[in-house]
Design a protein around this ligand. Structure first.
Ligand code: S3P
Length: 172
């Protein structure tokens, strides 16, 4: 696999709650590659949490920061990168990922995603009177984008090892 990758990174994309961070961490361990979480990098660069960036500067400013952070973390590879759920919607970021990485969509049903994210209040995009409906609407808009990933893997409940092995098989 490391030969197939060369200096390209494995880039996990997909909706909030699809398991990008937890699966990414396991995958990185399994392959002996560094793991980078884009959300963490954005927070470090901004010196505040994502919720604070949204509240103080608004979503467009967050997206701009996200685009710049994605460009930076894609420069050096190979790595395993967990992206924020909206990163792959940006055309420039998608082009960079195509050049510098292999994209993997962790696909999950709306019911599964909702179950996983409902208890977490830190996601600014789901701060709405009807967050479940917001999730479904966002998901419908985003599916066609995520579907452009090089590889699609179903994100099931249970041990992350399953998804990790599926990703490795798909890329090899
Ligand atoms: C977002 C997803 C979040 C975070 C931000 C916006 C999105 O990342 O980047 O709240 O647009 O889907 P996770 O997918 O890691 O929760």
């Amino acid at each position: 696999l490391t030969q197939t990758l060369g200096d390209r990174s494995i880039v996990l994309v997909g909706f909030m709650g699809s398991g990008k961070t937890s699966t990414g961490r396991r995958l990185a361990q399994r392959l002996g590659l560094p793991f980078v979480d884009a959300d963490v990098e954005i927070e470090a660069a901004a010196g505040m949490t994502i919720a604070e960036i949204f509240a103080k500067h608004g979503e467009p400013s967050f997206r701009d920061g996200e685009r710049r952070v994605m460009a930076r973390i894609l420069e050096d590879g190979p790595r395993v990168i967990a992206t924020g759920g909206g990163a792959f919607l940006n055309e420039e970021t998608r082009a960079r990922i195509a050049k510098r990485g292999v994209s993997v969509w962790l696909k999950a049903d709306p019911e599964v995603l909702w179950r996983r994210v409902r208890k977490r209040s830190h996601r600014p995009l789901l701060q709405s009177p009807d967050p479940e409906k917001t999730l479904r609407t966002l998901l419908e808009q985003r599916y066609p984008h995520y579907a452009r990933a090089d590889v699609t893997v179903i994100s099931r409940d249970g041990p992350h090892e399953l998804a990790v092995e599926e990703i490795i098989c798909a890329i090899e």
